[in-house]
Design a protein around this ligand. Structure first.
Ligand SMILES: O=C1O[C@H](COP(=O)(O)O)[C@@H](O)[C@H](O)[C@H]1O
Length: 232
């Protein structure tokens, strides 16, 4: 089954379940003496989850987190996903937060290549978000290189991209992990909230075309059971 939709009655239930799932994934990898690496969605939806996850009783010094995509802005800018992760995980003593963008906000690929080359194995978990336009990570409908980003046979892990049109709330070029890299993970979790995102998911399924609805490349993968966690 390519995906499983898990609805919650409240945001609090959704948040608790996501934290439990992520803690379990990290504990399992640490117990097996594997590196624990969480590839995480940016944007606004999951930030409260990360802030509470950071208080979990884990050996954070053995955990790495990196964004699945980021905006090409300086790391001191609050639109930067890595800036938001550093704030959210401030309580997780010893954690490594890896950037995939350049600190000065330029659109180079070196940081992304360093982050992915240093972590070539399966992620402990990939957490995805989704925009109302059905983009996930920075795989945007209409981007000129979207086909390369969702090609499952590609050996490319990271891409520079420019959303077209640029979203008004974050009008920046982006660096994104590709679909095949995001899916190389022991758990693929789409974490979304609100009716607009549920409607967008329904629209994506009706369209049936990942070039129009990139989220489909991540939830309709025959080799992956993507968990979709949704709350109002
Ligand atoms: O631009 C982005 O948007 C999506 C969705 O963000 P949200 O604010 O609607 O939760 C996010 O998943 C992605 O990582 C981010 O860079």
């Amino acid at each position: 089954m390519p995906f499983e939709l898990i609805p919650y009655k409240s945001a609090a239930d959704w948040q608790r379940a996501l934290i439990k799932r992520l803690v379990a994934r990290v504990r399992e990898d640490l117990a097996a003496d594997r590196p624990a690496v969480l590839c995480l969605a940016g944007g606004s939806t999951p930030l409260a989850v990360y802030a509470e996850l950071a208080a979990a009783d884990l050996d954070w010094s053995r955990v790495t987190v990196l964004p699945g995509d980021d905006r090409c802005v300086p790391h001191t800018d609050s639109h930067s996903n890595v800036y938001q992760f550093r704030e959210a995980f401030a309580k997780a003593a010893g954690i490594t937060v890896l950037p995939i963008t350049e600190a000065d906000g330029s659109n180079g690929l070196q940081a992304a290549l360093d982050a992915t080359n240093a972590n070539p194995m399966h992620f402990s978990a990939t957490v995805l978000g989704m925009g109302n336009d059905m983009h996930t990570a920075s795989l945007f409908p209409g981007a000129v290189n979207l086909a390369a980003g969702i090609d499952k046979l590609s050996h490319t892990d990271v891409l520079q991209t420019v959303p077209d049109p640029l979203p008004p709330e974050a009008p920046y070029p982006r660096i994104t992990l590709t679909a095949q890299r995001l899916l190389r993970s022991r758990a693929v979790i789409l974490a979304i909230r609100g009716q607009a995102k549920r409607d967008a998911l329904r629209r994506a399924m009706d369209l049936g075309d990942p070039l129009q609805a990139p989220i489909l490349a991540l939830i309709n993968d025959s080799a992956t059971n993507t968990e979709i966690h949704w709350a109002p």
